[in-house]
Design a protein around this ligand. Structure first.
Ligand code: ATP
Ligand code: AH0
Length: 372
């Protein structure tokens, strides 16, 4: 039998927080991970962040050939190329290994799977030219075409990374949006987006303090969650809806306004948004087949003590940052897209009926260039 080749891959993820691109080197065959290498984030300059945010707002009516879009995509792709070059060099220096494949997620600017639309921008051809590497990209569109939610996709990579961890296990990513992966002792896999996480909190912090986010949760810690606003938000149908389900970064803007969240003082507003993100996670747990032994939290939200405290208050099981399992919560999503890239090259499924709701395990993605 032919041995399956591991691929030395750099995964790239530009998340809904619009703060930068994460890049991580992984040696993987797509089913397991044999080595993890260097990882870093190339932060976006304020103008690129602002322009990406404008794209998010404009996306529903944006023409694919729009000039502003093309300009932002070029700058975005250049930042990705910088990240690749830096991680590749660092990997050569520290591990003596080169890179052969990139997993290029791009930036989601619109996600409306129920209308058959999910839109990740980024120029895969330009990235391939700038780096000279084979690029796996376009991870979500086949899934949405097949009637899936197009997200989350990290779950099958969480499975590959969690092979040695006790189950049942919940991996919770708190980015702009929250998403959870439940892995049962028998291999049961269930995953979906929990609700808004840091996204609305970042918007609130920007509006009320001028800062990009509520650093260390200080604003939220100084406030009190508003019971009446929370009670209204908890009625949102997303919470009770059974999975599969996924969210656009802006999906809860209107609901938050209608619930009166924007009338609160800056600290109370922040405390309310943190409490709501945690309540969404507790609601998510009601869909699990059994309670997890622990929650491993990844993404920027794990750095927010107010968020971690709010989670511990609503969940019965221990809530810990993924670092307790030896993972790197800043690199995890990028590592996942490295694993997914290897899966794309082998035609392995990226999504399942219990992750995105596709009718059967579904392969996806496209590959630019050849693997030698
Ligand atoms: N020290 C900190 N204190 C409070 N919040 C923090 C801290 N560090 C990061 N964050 C939060 O984490 C966010 C970034 O998280 P992350 O990088 O996981 O998001 P993302 O990958 O862009 O999102 P997604 O997973 O939705 O694609 C920041 O916008 C901020 O809200
Ligand atoms: C459409 C899209 O880009 N969704 C992201 C977003 O950020 C978090 C959550 O919403 C998750 O569903 C997904 O990202 C992760 C990496 C995923 O697909 O697993």
């Amino acid at each position: 039998m032919l041995a399956i080749r591991t691929l030395r891959t750099i995964g790239l993820m530009s998340g809904t927080s619009l703060d930068g691109v994460d890049a991580a080197w992984v040696e993987t065959d797509g089913e397991s991970v044999s080595r993890l290498g260097p990882a870093l984030t190339v932060p976006y300059e304020p103008k690129l962040r602002r322009d990406l945010r404008l794209l998010l707002d404009a996306a529903p009516d944006l023409h694919p050939q729009d000039e502003f879009l093309a300009d932002v995509v070029q700058r975005l792709t250049q930042r990705h190329a910088e990240a690749v070059i830096r991680v590749r060099d660092e990997t050569r220096r520290t591990l003596g290994e080169d890179t052969e494949l990139l997993g290029f997620h791009g930036q989601t600017i619109l996600h409306r799977p129920d209308e058959g639309r999910t839109w990740q921008v980024g120029d895969a051809n330009l990235l391939a030219r700038m780096t000279g590497l084979t690029v796996a990209h376009d991870f979500r569109s086949a899934d949405v075409r097949a009637g899936g939610q197009g997200a989350p996709l990290a779950p099958i990579a969480h499975v590959a990374l969690a092979s040695n961890l006790p189950k049942p296990l919940a991996v919770l990513n708190l980015g702009g949006v929250g998403n959870v992966t439940f892995i049962g002792p028998d291999g049961t896999l269930l995953a979906f987006d929990t609700g808004p996480a840091n996204g609305p909190l970042d918007d609130w912090a920007r509006k009320s303090t001028g800062r990009d986010y509520d650093k260390d949760g200080n604003l939220a810690a100084a406030g009190t969650a508003d019971g009446a606003v929370l009670a209204r938000l908890m009625q949102h149908p997303y919470l009770a809806a059974p999975p599969p389900k996924s969210l656009d970064r802006l999906d809860f803007c209107r609901a938050l306004k209608e619930a009166g969240a924007d009338q609160l003082s800056p600290p109370d507003g922040a405390a309310t948004l943190v409490a709501f993100a945690a309540i969404c996670v507790a609601s998510a747990a009601r869909h699990f087949p059994e309670p997890p032994m622990q929650w491993l939290v990844t993404g920027g939200g794990r750095r927010n003590p107010a968020m971690m405290k709010a989670l511990s208050a609503v969940l019965s099981e221990p809530v810990r940052p993924v670092e307790v399992a030896g993972w790197n919560g800043d690199a995890l999503e990028a590592q996942c897209f490295a694993v997914l890239a290897a899966r794309v090259t082998r035609g392995l499924p990226l999504s399942y009926p219990t992750t995105t709701g596709v009718p059967w395990p579904l392969a996806g993605g496209q590959v630019l260039g050849a693997l030698l």
